[in-house]
Unconditional design. Sequence first.
Length: 202
Amino acid sequence: MSLFSRYGQRAIYLSAIAAFAAPTAKATDYLFTPSSNGGNIATDLASVPSGTSASSPNRMILSAGTYTQTAPALQASSSQKFVDIIGATGNAGDVIIGGNFASNAINPATSAVYGTSGSAVLTIKGNDINMANVTIANTYDTPQTTTTPAVALLVSGDEDSFQNVSVLGYQDTLYVKGGRNYFLNSYVNGDDDAIFASGTAV
């Protein structure tokens, strides 16, 4: 069974013609593998400083493999910006950021439930973050047997952009919590509220 066939029946392809361009100029490349920092994307991302401008971002290059998150990956600072997160192969299915977190499960770090926001496999808080050629997947309850939010990607920054990105889950897959976000040739899968919240996604 393929990774994509494990998820919900409603598939949404997002292809926007907007103020979006693929990553071009760069400041510095930072290369990571699934064994870097134990595959912890939050730690990897925190080690990449902000770029100087939208035309000169620092780039976080992810080599092929599965980056399994043992805790939700939360961008440490909303002030971090002008960073590109790029799958090295150009194929989103080759670079998978995965986790299994449900909103009603207990977060061992806090002894409280994760909640909907806290269940996100990856949370992007900064502005001007670009992501390309990556899959983000929340594998909780797949196939779905309960109605429990389990977010794959939460975006709360402004003018973040996503190209050739797959976002996989069953309920509350893509949480657009705020800001204006651009998607080009991207795919979202889910059965219940696959894309939701008050932000703008085009």
